[in-house]
Design a binder for this molecule. Sequence first.
Ligand SMILES: Cc1cc2nc3c(=O)[nH]c(=O)nc-3n(C[C@H](O)[C@H](O)[C@H](O)COP(=O)(O)OP(=O)(O)OC[C@H]3O[C@@H](n4cnc5c(N)ncnc54)[C@H](O)[C@@H]3O)c2cc1C
Length: 384
Amino acid sequence: MNKTEFDIAIVGGGLVGASLALALAPKWRVVLIERAVQQLPSHVDTDWDNRIYAISPGSQTFLRSLGVWPPVRAGVIRQMDVRGDAGGAIHFDALDLAADALATTVENRSLQSTLWQALAGRVELINPAELQAVRFGADAVQLTLADGRELSTKLAVAADGAHSWLREKAGIPFSLQPYHQCGVVANFDCERPHGDIARQWFRADGILAWLPLPANRISIVWSTNDEHANELKALSPTELAQRVAAAGGRVLGSLHCITPAAAFPLALGRAAKVNGLRLALVGDAAHTVHPLAGQGVNLGFGDAKALAGVLNAAVGRDPGDAHLLARYARSRAEDVLRMQMVCDGLQKLFSLQYPLLRPLRNLGLNLTDGAGPLKRLLMQQAFR
Ligand SMILES: Cc1cc2nc3c(=O)[nH]c(=O)nc-3n(C[C@H](O)[C@H](O)[C@H](O)COP(=O)(O)OP(=O)(O)OC[C@H]3O[C@@H](n4cnc5c(N)ncnc54)[C@H](O)[C@@H]3O)c2cc1C
C-alpha cells in the first residue's frame, strides 16, 4: 500500500471515528488521524472514568459486529423511572419490549481503548498528529499534516467533534444554540442496591439522571444552569454526594463519591449538511444533542454504521462519489432530526416555569405512562 494515498481519511479517532474506521477497514484503504495521544485501558477498580454512556441495543449490535462488544465491565439498565416536577411519572421496563435490557452503561475510556486496540494493524493510524491544511479537489482531497507530510484521499470524513476543524475548512455552517447549561458528571458508590434501574428527575434546577454501573455504583449527569454547575463542581466529594443523594430523595440511601465531578457545556448543534465535495460528517461534527436521553454517542454510532453500510456496499466505486454521500445524508436525516426535536422539546417543556404548565406536563407524563400502545411506541423509538 502506498502510505500517502488512501480511499478514506478519517479525521478524529473518538468513539465515532474509530468505530467507522474499523467498519471500513476490511474493504478500503483507511487512514485515521487523531490529535490526542491514545492511552491503554486501565481497569483498576478504583480508577473509574466519569464519562459514562448508555449504549442502546442498536449501537451494541453495531459494536458487536466490529468485535469490540461486550466491554470488560458494564452496567445494565433493565428499567427506567422518570419523575416530573409535580407528581408526574413514567416507568419503562425491558420486559415490556420482551428484551433483557433497555441499554448498557460503559466507560468512555474503556470503549475507546478497546476500539484503538482493534484498529492496530488494520488501518493506518497517525497519532498524535495535527493537521495544517486541506484542499478539496474534484478528484481527491489533499491533507497536509503539521510535520509537513502530505496525504491524498478519495474521501475525507470529519469525525473531529463539535468544533470540527475539517467541517470549518470545508465551509459548512454549524448552527450552535447553547442551552446555557452544563452536564455535571460524577460516579458514586450507593448504600442500597440500584436494582439496574436508571432514574431521572425533571427538577426546577435542571434534569438529574442516575445511571446504574456494576458493583452497585451509579454515574450521574446533572444538566443544570452554568452557575449551579460551577457550584456543584466546587463542592467537596462528601458535600457533592450529600447534595446528589438529597436531590434524588435518598432512594439509594447515602452516596459516596468515587470520581471527581466534571462539567461539559450543553448545546444543540446542527451542520447545514453532512455531505460535501468528497466529504462526509459523522458524530458530534454533524450534530450535538441535549444529554437528557443519553443519545449523543448513539446518534454518532448510527452515522458510522450508515456511512460504512453505504460505502461497503459500493466497493470498486469511488468512495467520494457525490451520489453515495447523498445516500448517506438521506439515510440519517430523519433519525437525527427526530432525536434533536425530542430532546430539545423535553428540555424546553420542563425548563419553562409558567405555573399552568407544571401540572399539564406532569399530567402528560402520567397519561403516557397509562397509554400502553403509545408508551410501547415511545420505548421502541428510544431503546432501539
Ligand atoms: C465530559 C463529557 C461528558 C459527556 N457525557 C455524555 C453522556 O453521558 N451521554 C452522551 O450521550 N453524551 C455525552 N457526551 C457527549 C458525547 O461525548 C459525544 O456525543 C460523543 O463523544 C461524540 O463522539 P465523537 O467521536 O463524534 O466526538 P468526540 O468524542 O468529540 O471525538 C472527536 C475526536 O477528534 C479528535 N480531534 C479533534 N480535532 C481534531 C483535529 N483537528 N485533528 C485530529 N483529531 C482531532 C479529538 O481528539 C477526539 O478524539 C459527553 C461529552 C463530554 C465532553
